[in-house]
Design a protein around this ligand. Structure first.
Ligand code: SAM
Length: 441
């Protein structure tokens, strides 16, 4: 492991803190375990014999760290590497009395660890609005959410202050706030050099602002899960306590968690010296019950419902889905939540809504790269199985030979779609998007 010293001010603070103490410091210099969450929508035999993580469904601890980037199934969205402390969100969500089809928000969502966990938890029910304020990071979020597969999602690129436009809209929200990152000092030793006391203060103030900004969009009786990957009281307990005093939010305790109660009995910590995780803090807050607002539904006028065609029925499972046209582009939204999804799109900068199926051209439907990766993709559509070398070439956008009749095909690796190609008989055009191209493969 790379040896980078912890900053003296951090070490002194931890030594004086009976809650953390020297044990924590020792554990920060041990090796981090490699853990992944498997995608329940894209089942494979991967990692079948490895150790399960008890606090999260489909979560696995690996004996060795593979080079994920070399594995086509990683790029197909079959699993997501994630540190195991933050996977405790799964147990927390399962403990809450949420509606059958909850409307959820992941406010600080890039690159998509919590969003893919939320999508797995939802199992296609309800709706997830996955938001990231930084545009370049929001694109990565969109890619990871698309690869996970379900279409009950809207990916937005908005500042928390813009969420007041969705007054009382969400049943549940996750605020995985930007923080000083002390909990990542074991896994990412380079981050030790970026730490400063000033930054802790700055982060704490920003977290307070974010929480106040997003609170109006939670409905009365709804739940907010606040989390950070840092270990100091100011960004965690103090922020939570002050926020509860200022807003009347109620603290919810979660029974039977392996995590440790925090310094004030408000939230919980997963710690390297306690659970062999990275450092992760969370607290669950409930908005007091009260009047549930009547929402004035809004939609973009040029986003219009249209009828299914036979051509589309061939590629997509239509069960419970609605089709929309937006300037020639076709989108598939779950019928039960189309009103809510369109409402979000009408109020916030939207990068993805449901499944973008393709574009209606004179010659017929031109597919989008989202279609083969979607859970709605019909398994019956013609497929070509690629070997490892071909699959890697496909993901690198490098040329390779592939014999087939003229036509559109899904290309798969281990039966899992990676994307599509249009075969012209003597050569083919790749449907893999340039912006997703994997260079170091
Ligand atoms: N939830 C993510 C996951 O599990 O993959 C990790 C989120 S990371 C801890 C915090 C995120 O907040 C970053 O993506 C960062 O770009 C974003 N962020 C930075 N400044 C922000 C702000 N002022 N308001 C909201 N989000 C912000």
């Amino acid at each position: 492991m790379k040896e980078i010293a912890l900053k003296t001010a951090f070490v002194e603070r931890v030594k004086k803190d009976p809650f953390l103490g020297e044990e924590l410091l020792t554990s920060l210099d041990t090796a981090s375990p490699t853990t992944v969450r498997l995608n329940p929508f894209k089942k494979t035999e991967l990692f079948a014999n490895e150790e399960k993580i008890p606090w999260c469904k489909n979560a696995i601890k690996l004996v060795e760290r593979p080079q994920f980037t070399l594995d086509p199934l990683f790029h197909a969205g079959c699993y997501y590497p994630q540190e195991s402390g933050s996977m405790i969100l799964d147990s927390v969500l399962r403990s809450l009395p949420l509606p059958e089809n909850p409307i959820c928000l992941d406010l600080c969502a890039a690159p998509g660890g919590k969003s893919t966990l939320l999508l797995s938890f939802l199992e296609g029910r309800g709706l997830l609005v996955s938001n990231e304020v930084i545009h370049s990071r929001a694109q990565i979020l969109k890619e990871n959410v698309t690869k996970w597969g379900p279409n009950n999602t809207v990916v937005t690129n908005a500042d928390p202050s813009e969420f007041d436009r969705l007054d009382g809209f969400f049943d549940c929200m996750v605020v995985d706030a930007p923080c000083s990152g002390e909990g990542m000092f074991r896994k990412l030793p380079d981050s030790r050099t970026e730490w400063s006391e000033d930054n802790v203060h700055l982060c704490a103030a920003r977290q307070t602002r974010i929480l106040h900004d997003v609170w109006p969009s939670l409905r009365a009786g709804g739940y907010l899960i606040y989390s950070t990957c840092t270990l100091n009281e100011m960004e965690n307990e103090t922020n939570v306590q002050n926020f509860c005093q200022e807003t009347g939010a109620e603290i919810i305790t979660v029974p039977d968690l392996p995590a440790k109660s925090d310094r004030k009995g408000l939230g919980y910590y997963c710690l390297p010296n306690h659970m062999n995780t990275e450092g992760f803090y969370f607290a669950v807050l409930k908005k007091p019950d009260g009047i549930v607002r009547n929402i004035k539904w809004k939609t973009k006028k040029d986003f219009k419902p249209i009828k299914w065609t036979e051509e589309i029925e061939e590629v997509i499972d239509l069960n419970g889905q609605s089709l929309y046209d937006w300037n020639g582009k076709l989108f598939v939204l779950p019928t039960e939540f189309e009103k809510e999804m369109l409402h979000v799109q009408a109020h916030l900068r939207t990068l993805k809504i449901g499944l973008e199926l393709g574009e209606q051209m004179k010659k017929g439907l031109q597919f989008s790269h989202e279609w083969p990766l979607s859970c709605l993709n019909k398994k019956t559509f013609p497929r070509i199985e690629l070997n490892l070398e071909q699959a890697r070439s496909y993901l690198r956008l490098a040329p390779f030979t592939l014999e087939a009749e003229k036509g559109i095909y899904q290309v798969c690796y281990n039966q899992i779609p990676l994307g599509f190609i249009k075969h012209l008989g003597n050569r083919f055009n790749s449907g893999y998007p340039k912006e997703w191209r994997i260079r170091n493969l």
